[in-house]
Design a binder for this molecule. Sequence first.
Ligand SMILES: NC(=O)c1ccc[n+]([C@@H]2O[C@H](COP(=O)([O-])OP(=O)(O)OC[C@H]3O[C@@H](n4cnc5c(N)ncnc54)[C@H](OP(=O)(O)O)[C@@H]3O)[C@@H](O)[C@H]2O)c1
Length: 333
Amino acid sequence: MEFRHLGRSGLKVSEISYGNWITHGSQVEEDAAKACVQAALEEGITTFDTADVYAGTRAEEVLGRALKGQRRESLEIFTKVYWPTGDGPNDRGLSRKHIFESIHGSLRRLQTDYVDLYQAHRFDHETPLEETLKTFDDLVRQGKVLYIGVSEWRAEEIARALKIADEMGLDRIVSNQPQYNMLWRVIESEVVPLSEKEGVGQIVWSPIAQGVLTGKYQPGAAPPAGSRATDEKSGAVFIQRLLNDEVLNRVQRLKPLAEEAGLSMAQLAIAWVLQNPNVSSAIVGATRPEQVRDNVKAAGRTLDAELLRRVDEILEPIVERDPAKTISPARRP
Ligand SMILES: NC(=O)c1ccc[n+]([C@@H]2O[C@H](COP(=O)([O-])OP(=O)(O)OC[C@H]3O[C@@H](n4cnc5c(N)ncnc54)[C@H](OP(=O)(O)O)[C@@H]3O)[C@@H](O)[C@H]2O)c1
């Protein structure tokens, strides 16, 4: 495994991290979840990403149990706050009340005294940014949270937060967690240049587009048994927009490129996001340990310029680049 700094902070994270959205507490049974975490640890992954909202808080519980007994200093545990964790008006968002209540729940479920990174899962248009940042800063001072990050924030939102933090002497954001992969490049024009200047690192999600960039979804064919597209509980909804023939046909055309480079399709996709030096880590998901073992081999791989050019040539008509596609709900969900 290779390690990178989380933005300009002193924290090092594994280039490939493991995330448990859709899988733990939902798509896969606990034994399979634990086997994936064990494979991740054996392959040198030290960074684990979850959120209070995943599987209605069960994902944090599963991860807590799966990591139990590991040396805490050898792990970086990331979680998030914003999406609803209950029915009440204060069970969501980035108010002081919800942030404090949510972190206490997360620490309990994860069975740890602190999380390494606490992330605002979206921008909350209903809470003053000062209130959120002051609360995060309090958590850092209490030692419950070591670093602060955000997820799916626009460049102007990150810039505003950094300005307020500097003016008020508060802890600064060190990371952003956006969707980023060969098909979804909306951070490249605004978020990445700002982040490079300000020392904010990207911890990117869905680097293999939820499995689509592995090429296992064939155009015109039913999705493979057990894959996310067949997970009626939640996965199928999220992957649906990618399962059209235009996307799937073009993805198939990447296969010879991966073969020539001596990479699996998943490794090509993960290595591709890691070519961006502003990316601190690629968070991969997995339902089976073999997937983790395949994916980690992307660490430390350099892709040459000609390969990158050919990837662009194939995918260009279906690449999304519009920074306006980064959207937080206007009202709390
Ligand atoms: N901040 C946010 O808003 C946000 C949003 C989404 C995700 N995330 C984070 O990012 C993490 C990763 O997201 P993701 O799960 O969508 O990422 P992903 O790595 O693009 O997709 C993971 C899924 O692809 C399939 N897969 C993985 N490796 C494979 C391989 N080698 N061969 C074949 N299939 C493979 C598996 O699904 P099947 O086996 O079921 O097909 C796996 O669950 C999440 O767990 C979460 O931590 C954050």
